[in-house]
Each structure stands twice: as C-alpha cells, then as structure tokens.
Ligand binder design. Structure first.
Ligand SMILES: Nc1nc2c(ncn2[C@@H]2O[C@H](COP(=O)(O)OP(=O)(O)OP(=O)(O)O)[C@@H](O)[C@H]2O)c(=O)[nH]1
Ligand SMILES: [Mg+2]
Length: 295
C-alpha cells in the first residue's frame, strides 16, 4: 500500500507576506513532492496576487482567497475543508515566514508513514531548537508550554507549535467547528482533542527560526487569553500540579516583567510579559477558587 504522505497538502496561511511567500513556496516545491495551498485573507500588500502568479507557474500550487481576515483559525479551517474535499490523506500546517523549514518536513511525514496520526514539529524535545529569539520570548514560550503540559497532562512539550502534520481522520473526528479561537489556542485545542480521542500524537524535533521579513500578527493579549483557557480545561483533573506551576510561573513572569523595563526590550515583548504576570495572578485565583469549590 502507498504511504499516506504521498497524498499531502501543505497549507500556508498568509496575511501580508509579500517578501516571504515566493521564498517559502520555492523551498516547499524544491524540498518535497507535496501540493501547496496558500490561504490569503485579501492581504493589502499584494500577497494574494503573488500567490496567483505562483499557482499559474506550477500546478502543485493552489490558492484560496478569502475576503475577510478572521484570524488564523478561520484561514486554517477553510484550508482543511478545501483539502478534505479533494481527498488528501495528510494535511500540514506551516507558517509563511520561514520559521518552519520545508527541508525538515520529511521528519514529520516519516512519522505519519510509520503510523502516527498527528506529528508536531517541536521546539522543546531533544534536538529541537529556536534560532534568533530574544531570551524573554523563549522563556515565555517555553514557560507557557511547561504550564500547558502540566495543566493538560497530554505528554507533549510543544502544544502551541504551528508546524504539524495530520491524517485526515484526525480532522474528521476532533470537531473542527467547536475549536476554541482565543489567540492561537486552537493549536493546543487540536492537539489535546487528538490525544483525548486516542489518536497517536508524536513530536519530532525541528529548528524554529524567527521571521526575517514582514511583521508578526501576534499580539500580547494572546498569552493571557490562551493560558486562562487552558487552565479552565486542565483544572478539573490536575489541580495540585497546576497550582504549583502557576505559582512558579507567576514568579517567572514577575521576574521577566521587572527585567523588561530595561531599555532595548521591544514593547510587544514587554506587553506579553506584563500579560504573563497578570495571567499568573488570575490563574492562581482561578485555581484557588476551583480548589475551594471542591473541598
Ligand atoms: N490568512 C491568514 N493568515 C494569517 C492570519 N494571521 C496570521 N496569519 C499567517 O499565519 C502565520 C503565522 O503568523 P505570524 O505572524 O508569523 O505569527 P507567529 O509565527 O505566531 O509570530 P512570530 O513568531 O512573531 O512570527 C503567517 O504565515 C501569517 O501570515 C490571518 O488572519 N489570516
Ligand atoms: Mg511567525
């Protein structure tokens, strides 16, 4: 029987990625044999037209134009549906900004061919790494993931990662319409649902490289929103462990927050750290409340 990865669609959502899109698409086409779907939300910088040009030049490239920018989840849902309708066996999420190397996609697809249902390209397993991130950003992401891992007990170390491959059955089973849309939390939600549904979810190490061109669409509020959401899911079954971690993370957040007043720290990161501090306090309160209810 043929390997499932022989029928793979890589979905790349784009919003104002005019410098990155030609680069990433060339890399995907050269490094792999997969098909590519670009989902553009009417980027004002002309990314959609650039995508049409790439599709006209190569039949492996397809484009989905959306008139409204409804966030990353909306773009992925449209992409998943497009791929499921066209009978692809494996669907892949990949950022346009070069953070996810197409040259490492085989690491994910090899695991799918060996029986995994979902494979996460992970920064935080042995061999994984992050290139060009300021310390604060790393601490926040790593701390957030430690927290999520303890809260949910899913046995995964990078549930927020956006580089992943999935068999179509996962998307058909986990309830795409019910995914949470607070920040980028849908990535955590999808992995958690996959685990809860008994799918074989694995992680492989990747090298994550910070974007060189264009602007990030991430805003500070996502940290607090996302982690509070996770706390609500996790609090019911791992309360004690989460409680200890919230305290540790609170200290970490406050420490980073104090450091972030140093000159030269970009304001977006400072904002995230401030949110992390707030988040830790709210988390502690939420957990105390849940504990009291149970006594
Ligand atoms: N179609 C679409 N794509 C989006 C939207 N928001 C983000 N993207 C794309 O999603 C991918 C990830 O977004 P980024 O801005 O890189 O977010 P990030 O990787 O979490 O943040 P950085 O690490 O700072 O780059 C990129 O390819 C973006 O162009 C959206 O609303 N619609
Ligand atoms: Mg990015």
């Amino acid at each position: 029987m043929a390997n499932p990865s022989e029928s793979t669609l890589v979905i790349i959502p784009t919003y104002n990625e005019i410098e990155n899109l030609p680069r990433i698409s060339k890399r995907v086409l050269e490094a792999t044999a997969v098909d590519l779907l670009i989902v553009d939300d009417s980027s004002p910088d002309g990314t959609g037209e650039a995508a049409d040009k790439l599709a006209a030049e190569n039949e492996r490239v397809h484009v989905l134009h959306r008139t409204e920018k409804t966030g990353l989840l909306g773009a992925y849902l449209a992409g998943f549906r497009w791929g499921l309708e066209r009978e692809y066996d494996v669907l892949v999420e990949m950022d346009a900004d070069g953070s996810h190397a197409p040259e490492q996609l085989h690491r994910l697809l090899d695991q799918i061919d060996e029986g995994a249902d979902m494979v996460i390209g992970s920064r935080y397993v042995d061999g994984g790494e992050v290139v060009n991130w300021p310390t604060q950003r790393f601490v926040l992401s790593k701390g957030g993931n430690l927290y999520i891992s303890a809260a949910l007990g899913a046995g995964l170390s990078d549930m927020t990662a956006g580089y992943r491959a999935m068999r179509r059955e996962v998307l058909e089973t986990i309830g795409l319409d019910e995914l949470s849309n607070a920040g980028y939390i849908f990535q955590v939600d999808m992995a958690f649902r996959a685990v809860q549904n008994g799918f074989d979810v694995r992680e492989v190490p990747i090298t994550f490289t910070e974007r060189e061109y264009g602007e990030s669409k991430l805003d500070g509020s996502f940290v607090k929103d996302s982690l509070l959401e996770v706390t609500k899911w996790g609090v019911s079954h791992r309360t004690e462990q989460v409680r200890n971690l919230a305290v540790a993370l609170g200290d970490l957040g406050m420490y980073q927050y104090r450091k972030s007043s140093l000159p030269g720290v970009p304001s977006r990161i400072a904002q995230s750290l401030r949110n992390a501090g707030d988040f830790a306090v709210s988390t502690r309160e939420l957990i105390e409340y849940e504990l009291k209810k149970r006594r």
